[in-house]
Design a protein around this ligand. Sequence first.
Ligand code: SF4
Length: 65
Amino acid sequence: MPLLKADLAACQGYANCVIAAPDTYDLDDDGVVVLLKTEITDEDLPRVREAARSCPASALTIEDT
Ligand code: SF4
C-alpha cells in the first residue's frame, strides 16, 4: 500500500494539502502538517497525491511499497 511521508522541517504551513484532502492532512498548533493516515488506499490515492503535489514546499512524498 502506498506510504505517505511528510518532511516536517520543510513544511511551511501553507495548508494547501489540508484544503485538498482534509481527511488525510491537518495542521498542528505550530502550523506544521500532521498526517491523519499514512497508508493510502487505491481509492484515496489520486486525491492524496494531488494534494501532495500542491505543496509549495515539496514536503510531502508518497512511496509506492
Ligand atoms: S501544503 Fe506543504 S507546506 Fe503546506 S501545510 Fe501541507 S505539507 Fe506543509
